[in-house]
Write a protein that binds this ligand. Sequence first.
Ligand SMILES: Nc1ncnc2c1ncn2[C@@H]1O[C@H](COP(=O)(O)OP(=O)(O)OP(=O)(O)O)[C@@H](O)[C@H]1O
Length: 270
Amino acid sequence: MNVKKNEDALLRVEKLTVCYDGEPVVQDISFQVKKGEILGIVGESGSGKSTVAKAVMGLLGNRAEVAGQVWYKGENLTAMPEKILRKYRGPELGMVFQDCKSALCPMRTVGAQMYEAVSEHEKVSRAEVENRAAVLMKKIGLTDCARVLGSYPFELSGGMNQRVGICTAMLLKPDLLLADEPTSALDVTVQKQVVEELLLMKKEFHTAMLLITHNIGVVRKMADRILVLQNGKVMDYGDTQKILENPESQYTRQLMDSVIRLKRRENQKL
Ligand SMILES: Nc1ncnc2c1ncn2[C@@H]1O[C@H](COP(=O)(O)OP(=O)(O)OP(=O)(O)O)[C@@H](O)[C@H]1O
């Protein structure tokens, strides 16, 4: 695909506002994601995190009124016809969901779905896709590759389905992965593994990520920079360590305090 590769910022969102029925749910948001960088988007439920991700993917639907621009590799995605944008989704902009099992078709095997995802964008054979999948699966600890490829999603655990989701997205080697709560449906041990696997993808393929999460621990571990949203507005934006050590806004402080308090309460229970 012919996309300009001369920008330092891989993704540049400028003055993004999204309204439903005249009510803004995202207001005047600007941020950048550089090549190979992870930007964590945090904020309480309803603060607009998923709306930002959908705006980047061009998946907001007709009811949303959108102002502002989304630039990717120097191209304005907001001005792009759906037909061209579809070519970006997958090979350029990958997506990993909170619950990859629900995003997969229950009637088709994992192997068939991986083949479909790739063959939509490339001329490849099923064997080639499965070989590529096997290499990726091995990297992220899905060792029983033949079984996984031949299984239906309901035959796999939540953690395995999540890894299948990461593999499927990474088969097309996107330069930007949008991960919307990729660990929140998993238990703590599997969460940790999925975090490690996403970090491995960043290291091996230099994949940039827009990581949406409630979990400050995940952001602390993964994100180079952080964007804090409240009621659709930016409360804090910058280097993760700096923001978490010294947040500018009262809201970010409260968000961090609530996590600490929750942790203390959990510890008291133990
Ligand atoms: N299609 C839609 N039509 C109307 N309102 C919507 C639509 N999608 C989202 N909203 C509203 O936009 C606001 C932000 O929603 P969004 O899903 O972006 O929040 P979020 O921060 O991702 O929440 P969560 O963490 O619970 O997933 C919410 O008030 C939601 O009700």
